[in-house]
Write a protein that binds this ligand. Structure first.
Ligand code: SF4
Length: 454
């Protein structure tokens, strides 16, 4: 077992036994479940909506080259700039380069899993550029020096008391139990930062091919401040985020909101299409879009699994997963955790180190049942298990060669039975398989011997 897999097992075991952690997460997911049930009831036909979203994403993913070029043309026509990044390293270099060119000393950043994926904050900080998370959950993570626990709700594992303790320790504010007061503390800390930052960095929930706009959805208003106040706006966009038309948002936005948080639609939704035009009171002077591959085209090349690119990062499959609910988000040590993380991480970061992830599933299918874009997530987990097993096919093949030799002739079969009984009487085990399972003990007497004695 590789060290990453061993670490995963250690972390998962520790969290599974942490009753306080489990109580907090169960409570928060319980609230989410109730909100989602109410949210879905507002739709005339939720399953038809899922089918429609899947159909749109299928079209996008299977004509990705055309939609990407159309999107690029429109961004350029709107006065924006487009950068193509094949790797995370290239994306970091582009962003640091833009910041340096404009003498940016401070960046305000919206919540974006794509920026987590490319490890952007450490790269900016290493370049001497102070970078502030402005989403409340991400801000708390940054103060605590933690990675997000969940792709939608980064501090799902924390209670109000935990947040209050963090603020007291890091900001020196008095303890409070009030969510409003805690939010007010973060708001006061961050407001001045928005006004003095030279660059705002966002992700994009969707990128619209026909108009060259990016669509951003949020509840706090911090994303709107990130792209409208600083002089430069940089949006980092995974190439799978495209949708063909603005009108597609009429279904994507409410279904994402309902699956993500149970809301009918999130509090603030923005379309950003370029830099500030003449006569406009606000908006950036420069608008840069970075189109990130970073392993996505590997997934695209896999015809059996490319529909994993349909994912709109709603987080519903994490909340539904009994394994995620038990071991939590940090145990995975990946940007994308839970079932969809176990599907895409081996593609994005290599199967060698991450082959253990698809086994972190009971294959109950709850992830597939809740996915708003109809991704058969649990089938992809099985698919990844198959890929992981065929990588180790050498060892398995040897086992089956020996097994076949014993099974091919009666005397060898008898010898095999005798050896199995002999080893099992001496407490023989087959780790790691028997670490968590009882090895069946063969009876002391074989059937043949018993028959002879009758
Ligand atoms: S796989 Fe489906 S349920 Fe999971 S995050 Fe993506 S869109 Fe949401």
């Amino acid at each position: 077992m590789n060290p990453i897999a061993r670490q995963f097992l250690r972390d998962a075991n520790a969290k599974a036994g942490d009753r306080q952690h489990r109580a907090t997460v169960q409570r928060n997911i319980g609230l989410y479940d109730a909100a989602v049930a109410r949210g879905k009831a507002r739709f005339a036909d939720w399953s038809n909506g899922r089918a429609r979203l899947a159909q749109i994403k299928w079209d996008v993913v299977n004509h990705l080259d055309q939609y990407l070029e159309q999107f690029e043309r429109q961004v350029l026509a709107n006065g924006g700039q487009v950068h193509w990044a094949e790797t995370d390293e290239q994306a970091r270099q582009v962003i640091v380069g833009i910041a340096r060119k404009h003498g940016v000393r401070k960046v305000v950043k919206a919540k974006s899993m794509t920026t987590e994926e490319i490890h952007l904050v450490p790269a900016l900080e290493a370049a001497g550029i102070r970078t502030l998370e402005t989403d409340l959950g991400e801000y708390i993570c940054q103060l605590r020096g933690e990675l997000p626990y969940h792709i939608v709700t980064p501090v799902m594992h924390l209670s109000r008391q935990d947040v209050s303790r963090t603020f007291t320790e890091k900001l020196g504010t008095p303890p409070t139990d009030s969510a409003e007061e805690l939010t007010g503390i973060a708001r006061r800390q961050l407001r001045q930062e928005f006004l003095t930052a030279g660059m705002g960095i966002t992700g994009a929930n969707f990128a619209i091919a026909e108009t060259g706009q990016i669509a951003l959805t949020e509840n706090e208003g911090n994303i709107r401040l990130c792209f409208s106040l600083p002089r430069i706006h940089v949006a980092i966009v995974g190439i799978e985020k495209l949708v063909p038309r603005v009108e597609d948002l009429a279904l994507f936005w409410p279904m994402l909101a309902t699956s993500g948080t149970g809301q009918a639609v999130t509090g603030t939704n923005s379309l950003v299409g370029g830099p500030r035009c003449d006569g406009e009171p606000d908006g950036p002077e420069e608008f840069h879009v970075i189109l990130l591959d970073n392993g996505r085209t590997r997934l695209l090349a896999d015809v059996e699994q490319r529909d994993a690119l349909h994912c709109i990062r709603c987080g519903a499959c994490l909340n539904a997963c009994p394994v995620y609910r038990t071991i939590g988000g940090h145990a995975y040590r990946t940007t994308y955790m839970g079932p969809i993380g176990a599907v895409i991480t081996p593609h994005l970061r290599g199967l060698n180190d991450w082959a253990h992830l698809p086994y972190a599933s009971s294959l109950c299918g709850a992830c597939s049942a809740v996915c708003p874009v109809n991704i058969p997530v649990h089938r992809h987990l099985l698919h990844n298990r198959r890929s992981a097993t065929s990588q180790k096919a050498g060892g398995l093949q040897a086992v089956f060669t020996v097994w076949r030799w014993f099974m091919q002739a009666a005397p060898r079969y008898r010898l095999g039975g005798w050896l199995a009984r002999w080893f099992s009487r001496r407490g023989w085990a087959a780790p790691p398989w028997t670490d968590t399972r009882e090895l069946p003990i063969p009876p002391a007497q074989s059937f043949r011997d018993w028959w002879k004695n009758q």
